[in-house]
Each structure stands twice: as structure tokens, then as C-alpha cells.
Design a protein. Structure first.
Length: 383
């Protein structure tokens, strides 16, 4: 005979298993113990995507935080959200979890060593440069994407940059570069540039590297990772909307992201710790090996490859660089004409196990997209 509580547990287990089968979840063939375990909330994390957590940011976060002029000091300081919410924000729903055991799991979200005698906390994810250097920050991934529509900012950013003076027809005239150069460089800088160094690789490659890939300096461009650049314009002083405390105007829950041309295991062998660079690499949904500092690439304007006016950082489809941008230089009528794309497609045709490594890391193992073969056909028709 089953007691009411036993019946309830049994019903819960069967319902959980039925749902898992219906959605093709991980519970198929699992034991009842593992089903019950997997159904438990993980109180060591705070998923903003949980329905109960999708509330106004100000319900938990205070703007500005009390420590805004301590995490940044002097002229670098500005009002910002730079601290975890207070306990009151959590206790509204999680009173039971707060007092469960000597070291409640829920406390580890903010605290490094949960204990009544140790109030030490992880750095708050803002400012990023402090958080990324912490043990938690090195492996953390954000629940959000930041929406930055480039078309709304290009002219404004360009207007704040300095003009150059050139001598033309016996008169000094103000001249501006194309917007893609003048505006983009305000926010995007070359990461770990080679510049005049003789060492082109970020770290020394293995002696057996041959024609294989190893990360070179100047491959990536930086992007703002905090509010410093944004709040230059969006502040209480300027009154430009969205206001700094309107978090949801820019921060949106992260939807499913496209696969990137990135291999985490390989990246770990490089011996480099640069969170911002690796985050950028993970987002590369085109050519994982593309090097911005390479001389022929550096001579191009950003708009040669990027449709800058349509780029919105919250929409990966608008930031993807298509093969047409690469084909301008790397697709030729035949392989004998020097096209790297031609060579790799010809090599794959001859040897199905051939991996395309000129441009790709993980994508080079996949089937050749029709867009690539179409680019070769298009190059063959150019006279």
C-alpha cells in the first residue's frame, strides 16, 4: 500500500519520464534516481532566463551601486551597476535555500567561500576587466547579448572623432576618411598586434606545425566589454536615451547562437589567457583563422567585408561575413591562378578527408557549402 506522499513521488517520476520521452530529452533510459536528480534546480547558478527571474532589472539591481566610485576611481569612475544585489532580493523567493546547511549552495553564486565568517564575494561581472581576471570570470558565460545597432551610431561616433588637415590647392581643408574607417576604430582595436615584432605567433608553435594552424598576433579586433564607451553619450548629464539605468534597452536574453569556427580544446593548448579574445573567437561564424592585421587585410576598409550599416550585435545573421567578401581576392578562375579557395576545394575533391585549414578550424572538416563552389564558378566567368 502506498502512502499519499509515496504516490505523489511516483506520479512525479512517471510524469517526468513521460515528458522526457515526448521531447526527446536526456531522461530516456535513465533511472528514476537520475530523473529526480536532474529535475532539481541548480542553486549554484542564477539563470536570468528562468521565468521567475524575468522581471525588471531594478527589482534586484541598484543603479548606481554604492561602490561605483570604488571599483573605478578618479576620472575613470562614473555611476554604474557594479555590485551584486542585496540579500533582500534573493530572500523574497529563496528563504528556504538560504538556510539550508552550513554552506548553502545558493550563496556560492556571489560568495567565494559561503560562511557566516567570510563575506568575500566574486567580483561582479561589471567591470569586465576585473571579473574576467577572477577564477569565476575566466569560465563564465553571460546570459545576455548586447544589442548595438551600428546604423544609429556611425555618424554620431564619427562626429566625435578628430579631423585631419591636408594641404590641397594652397589651402587647408578638413578631410574625413570613409565612415567605416573613422567610426569603427573608435571601438575596435587590433588585439595583441604584431606591429614591428619579428614574432608573428601569439605563442611559440610546436615544431611539428607544418602547414597547420597556430594563432597569430593581430587576428582579432576588440569590442567594448563594459559601459565606459557607451556612457560617454548615454548618461544623466547628456540626457541621451536610452538612459544608463535602462538595462533592457541593450541587454537581451541570449537566443540560441550559431556555431562558431572555434575549437575550445585546441585554444586551451595555446597557453594564452585572454577572455575577451576567446569570446570573440567563439562568435566567429565565418572564418576562424582570419587575421585582421595581415597587410593585405589591414589595407581594406571595414565595409569591404562587413555590411556595417546593417550590423546589430544582438543578431548574429547581421554580423556574419559571407564568402563573397573573401572571393574577391581568394577565388580565381583556376587553382593555377593562385586562388586559395580553388586550391582547397580541388584538394577536397581529390581527397575527401582533406581538411580546409587556410580559413577554417572546425568548419574545414564539414562538407563544402554550395556558396563556396558558386564563388569559384562566378570567378571563372570574370574576364
Amino acid at each position: 500500500m502506498l502512502f499519499p506522499r509515496s504516490k505523489a513521488i511516483l506520479v512525479l517520476v512517471f510524469v517526468s519520464a513521460a515528458v522526457a520521452v515526448a521531447i526527446g530529452g536526456p531522461y530516456i533510459g535513465a533511472s528514476t534516481e537520475s530523473i529526480a536528480e536532474a529535475a532539481k534546480p541548480n542553486y549554484k547558478e542564477f539563470p536570468h532566463s528562468a521565468k521567475a527571474h524575468q522581471i525588471e532589472c531594478s527589482s534586484c539591481h541598484k543603479f548606481p551601486s554604492d561602490n561605483w566610485n570604488k571599483v573605478r576611481t578618479g576620472t575613470d569612475a562614473f555611476p554604474d551597476a557594479t555590485e551584486y544585489p542585496r540579500h533582500e532580493s534573493c530572500l523574497k523567493c529563496h528563504m528556504q535555500q538560504f538556510f539550508k546547511g552550513a554552506k548553502p549552495n545558493i550563496c556560492s553564486i556571489c560568495h567565494t567561500n559561503p560562511s557566516p565568517r567570510d563575506a568575500t564575494r566574486h567580483p561582479f561581472p561589471n567591470p569586465r576587466e576585473i571579473f574576467d581576471a577572477s577564477p569565476k570570470g575566466k569560465t563564465a558565460t553571460s546570459d545576455f547579448v548586447v544589442g548595438f545597432p551600428h546604423d544609429k551610431h556611425i555618424d554620431i561616433v564619427a562626429g566625435h572623432t578628430s579631423k585631419s588637415r591636408v594641404f590641397v590647392n594652397a589651402a587647408f581643408t578638413s578631410v574625413r576618411k570613409p565612415f567605416a574607417e573613422e567610426s569603427c576604430s573608435v571601438c575596435h582595436k587590433t588585439v595583441l598586434p604584431q606591429d614591428k615584432s619579428d614574432d608573428e605567433y601569439i605563442t611559440k608553435p610546436p615544431a611539428t606545425i607544418g602547414d597547420g594552424f597556430w594563432l597569430k598576433k593581430g587576428t582579432f579586433k576588440s569590442a567594448p566589454t563594459g559601459h565606459t564607451t557607451c556612457f560617454t553619450c548615454h548618461s544623466a548629464d547628456t540626457g541621451i536615451l536610452p538612459a544608463p539605468q535602462t538595462c533592457a534597452a541593450c541587454h537581451q536574453l541570449k537566443p540560441p547562437q550559431p556555431a562558431g569556427d572555434f575549437d575550445a580544446k585546441f585554444a586551451a593548448t595555446l597557453g594564452v589567457e585572454n577572455k575577451m579574445m576567446f569570446d570573440s573567437w567563439r562568435r566567429r561564424s565565418s572564418a576562424g583563422t582570419f587575421r585582421h592585421e595581415w597587410f593585405s587585410h589591414a589595407e581594406l576598409s571595414c565595409a569591404t567585408c562587413h555590411n556595417v550599416l546593417k550590423m546589430d550585435t544582438a543578431k548574429p545573421e547581421t554580423t556574419k561575413v559571407g564568402i563573397a567578401s573573401c572571393a574577391t581576392c581568394h577565388a580565381t578562375p583556376t587553382s593555377d591562378d593562385g586562388g586559395a579557395l580553388n586550391y582547397e576545394i580541388d584538394s577536397r575533391t581529390k581527397t575527401p578527408t582533406f581538411q580546409c585549414v587556410k580559413c577554417h578550424i572546425t568548419f574545414g572538416k564539414m562538407a563544402i557549402p554550395t556558396s563556396h563552389t558558386d564563388a569559384i564558378k562566378a570567378a571563372a566567368t570574370v574576364k
